[in-house]
Design a protein around this ligand. Structure first.
Ligand code: GRF
Length: 215
C-alpha cells in the first residue's frame, strides 16, 4: 500500500496535528505526514512535529506583500515535499481562491461546530448563547468560502447544564481528535466521492440517536 503524503498547516498549539501524527504513526494508516508548515514562529505545533521526526517549515505571513504571494510560497514547499493532501489544523489565515482551487478535493479543515451552523470564530460561546443542546465538530473539504465545503465527518456532543465555553471546547476537542484522523483516512483511501456540495462515502454510523437531555 502506498501511503498518501500529507502536509499540515498550523498556527498554534497543534493538538489536532498531534492526533494526525499519532494516527499516522501506525504503518497501516493510509497517510503519512511529510511536512508541517506554520505561519507563526515558535508555536507548540512545531515542537510536536519535530518530536515525531516530521520536517517543519516556518513561513511568516508578515514577510509577504500579498496573501497570494504567501500562499504561493506554501504551495511551492508542499509540492516540493510531494504532498498530495493538505490538512488545515488550527491554521489561522484565510487562503486565496487560487491556492484553494489548486488543492480542490485534496485539502481538509476541522472546524469546532456542526457546520453549517456557527462558521467563523467563538463557536462554543455562540453555541451556549443560542441554547443548543447538541454541539460538535466538522471535518470538511476546503472551498473558497470560509468554513464551507463538502462535509466528510461530524461528531456531536451534548451541551451540559452549567457549561462554559472552555468546558464545552474541551468536550468538542476530544471528538475533534477522533474525527480528524477518521476523515483523513477516508480521503486517503479514496473513499470520498464529491458531487456538488456533498461528499459521499461508503461509511456510516450505526442507526441511533444522541438525544440531550436523555429521554
Ligand atoms: C481547533 O478547535 C480546531 O477545530 C480549530 O482550531 C482549533 C485548533 O486547535 N480549527 P489545535 O491547534 O489543533 O489544538
Amino acid at each position: 500500500m502506498s501511503r498518501k503524503k500529507v502536509g499540515v498547516l498550523v498556527s498554534g498549539r497543534g493538538s489536532n496535528l498531534q492526533a494526525l501524527l499519532d494516527a499516522a504513526a501506525d504503518p497501516s494508516f493510509p497517510a503519512e505526514i511529510v511536512l508541517v508548515i506554520s505561519n507563526i514562529p515558535e508555536v507548540y505545533a512545531l515542537e510536536r512535529a519535530a518530536k515525531a521526526g516530521v520536517p517543519t517549515l516556518v513561513i511568516p505571513h508578515k514577510g509577504f506583500p500579498s496573501r497570494e504571494a504567501f500562499d504561493a510560497e506554501m504551495d511551492k514547499a508542499l509540492r516540493a515535499a510531494g504532498v498530495e493532501i493538505v490538512c488545515l489544523a488550527g491554521f489561522m489565515r484565510l487562503l486565496s481562491a487560487g491556492f484553494v482551487e489548486s488543492w480542490r478535493n485534496a485539502m481538509i479543515n476541522i472546524h469546532p461546530s456542526l457546520l453549517p451552523s456557527f462558521k467563523g470564530l467563538h463557536t462554543h460561546e455562540r453555541a451556549i448563547e443560542a441554547g443548543l443542546k447538541l454541539h460538535g465538530c466538522t471535518v470538511h473539504l476546503v472551498t473558497p468560502d470560509l468554513d464551507d465545503g463538502p462535509i466528510l465527518v461530524q461528531a456531536a456532543v451534548p451541551v451540559l447544564p452549567g457549561d462554559n465555553a472552555d468546558a464545552l471546547a474541551a468536550r468538542v476537542l476530544e471528538q475533534e481528535h477522533k474525527a480528524y484522523p477518521l476523515a483523513l483516512r477516508l480521503l486517503a483511501e479514496g473513499k470520498v466521492n464529491v458531487s456538488g456540495n456533498c461528499a459521499h462515502m461508503d461509511a456510516a454510523a450505526p442507526a441511533g440517536a444522541l438525544v440531550n437531555p436523555a429521554p
